[in-house]
Design a binder for this molecule. Structure first.
Ligand SMILES: [Zn+2]
Length: 210
């Protein structure tokens, strides 16, 4: 069985579920990432980010206010929205955020051009999670959708939510059985020997850019 890799990035934190998810994933010796909303960073949630970073997890910018960047009026507002979390995490934790996930994965030409100028690779949504962010869903639905759509090189968009954390209890052992390893997005690019990460596109699966 050949070794396969994926990267799960959990959005909309930080929140207290960071501890639980880091522990569940670390138990396999694996890593993942968190796409964080800048305005949620405070003295308490900073400790959650510290815990993630200390366990080798990756932090990604998900905007300061989690607004649809297409609805902003100027390029400067787009820049501020995506860079402010990076500045805040550097100031509080001395950690360098190097990638981003667009809020709602919403974009237009100006958003993509601006992200390329900022040299921020964009992590997309390469696994079907059956609207795992919705309050209507269940862990069972998430489990079925994820396990039916996993593939080597995929970057998953998931969320720091209870249902998602519960779903991991089934998803993680199944991934291990199928020969997968979860890594950070940075590690995924390294493993696949991608030195120049393409900019201005959402990367859903690393194999799309090889
Ligand atoms: Zn989000």
């Amino acid at each position: 069985m050949s070794q396969k890799y994926m990267s799960f990035i959990f959005d909309d934190g930080p929140n207290a579920l960071v501890y639980e998810m880091v522990d569940k994933i670390s138990a396999y010796g694996w890593k993942a990432g968190f796409a964080i909303i800048g305005k949620k960073i405070n003295d308490e949630t900073q400790n959650q980010l510290r815990y993630a970073i200390d366990h080798g997890f990756q932090i990604v910018s998900h905007g300061w206010n989690h607004v649809n960047l297409c609805e902003l009026n100027s390029k400067q507002e787009i820049v501020d929205e995506m860079l402010s979390p990076i500045v805040e995490v550097k100031r509080r934790l001395n950690y360098d955020i190097k990638m981003a996930r667009l809020p709602f994965i919403a974009y237009n030409d100006l958003v993509m051009q601006t992200m390329a100028e900022l040299k921020l690779p964009l992590l997309g949504h390469g696994i079907n999670t059956d609207n795992e962010w919705s309050s209507e869903t269940t862990p069972e639905r998430i489990i079925n959708a994820v396990l039916n759509s996993i593939s080597d090189g995929a970057v998953a968009c998931m969320h720091l939510l209870n249902n998602t954390s519960k779903a991991l209890d089934v998803i993680l052992p199944e991934l291990k059985k199928q020969g997968y390893t979860l890594v950070t997005a940075e590690e995924l690019f390294r493993i696949k020997n991608i030195e120049n990460i393409p900019l201005g596109i959402n990367i859903n699966n690393i194999n799309q850019i090889l």
